[in-house]
Design a protein around this ligand. Sequence first.
Ligand code: UD1
Length: 423
Amino acid sequence: MPEHLRIVGGTRLHGEVSVCGAKNSVLKLMAAALLAPGKTTISNVPDIADVGYMSELLTRLGCTVVRTSNAVSIDVPHNPGHKADYDLVRKLRASINVLGPLVARLGTAEVALPGGDAIGSRGLDFHFKGLEALGVKIHSEHGYVIAEAPNGLTGAEIVLDFPSVGATENILTAAVLAKGTTTIDNAAREPDFVDLGEFLISMGAQIEGLGTPTLTIHGVPNLHPTDHVTISDRIVTGTWAFAAAMTRGDITIHGGRAKDLEIPLEKLASAGAIITSTADGIRVRMENRPQSIDVSTLPYPGFPTDLQPMVISLNAIADGNAIVTENVFEGRFMFVNELIRLGAHISVDGHHAAIRGVEQLSGAPVIATDIRAGAGLVLAGLVSDGVTLVEDSFHIDRGYPHFAEQLQALGADVTREGRKLAQ
Ligand code: UD1
């Protein structure tokens, strides 16, 4: 049987954890290293499989990639390859982030389309429209998106329909080498995205307005390699904060940045959590059963969609009724049926979930469908009566390095069982 997590619920989590670098930043930093020949070093790199996949992708493009315990160095050749193959793109959707850097540097790029996406359809259309505005010709052939700009890129005024993180990243990483000035309106403001912008600035890019909805980019002819420390992972921090609140525990989260999580922490405080700043992070304590909290997910600085499973799990055992509205990803309520198997009272209507809190959930086998849903189910298992098996737990390992081991250190009864899948 593939590896799963076996959780015996009922422990209040107590102790200290350290937060790793952000998955949603480091993969983009690695892709953006392609913008300059020479050796870029990125530290505070999380120990997750996706870093291995991105390393493999960059190696196939001709880079020399060396991973040490928490850093990765990427030596980029003067003439890297321009094709990202399907076998890697299907494992790592963030592979699409090589499109902007490759077409900006080489004038040509071929990236396999991630499964389920067709050109022009929902999912990558903002990426393509933005790159086209910069003068890139885009078409699809045999499952690949082919981007060409033999005469280079030219700055443009771009307005995004939605502040898509991935689209803003691809457009930004192309515009930094375009001739002239680009503006991106309705740009993403996520802290992980700002980290990418700061990385590019340290490579010599000229970018104004990071962290605001309007970015102004003055293109430069060349960039140079850099050294950069990845921002800490706000979703992992938020997950530990919810774990403390749900288990009525007390967790000190080293490296957690409260300013990246203002709305989730406010919500947790209204659920009854006591949140204080520490020298290098935050401490979250909870004495009583949480009060239910209404939440709507939104692009940053709104409540992150990646913490939506955690807030549904908290409401499942909270005192009262709550509505959680998902505004970013449709279909993100798939895991709700798993929570219902644990005895949660939840009904879903379109992008709203109505949750009536129960005193305690009841352990059962459930299946993790993605990284965040998996983490949400583990939190639910921690507050369930008896044994919960979270199957397909490899999803969780993609976003939470050593999650089971960190939970054990906080006192949880969690064990890995079954056969680890080869990565
Ligand atoms: C990133 C994060 C993900 C997070 C999300 C929102 C990574 C690897 N993943 O995903 O964890 O949940 O931001 O904070 O960093 N859309 C389009 N057309 C496009 C692009 C997006 O319609 O061209 C739609 C998507 O289908 C989705 C919404 O916009 O409904 C948000 O997507 P986006 O912000 O692009 O998320 P990702 O960058 O894919």
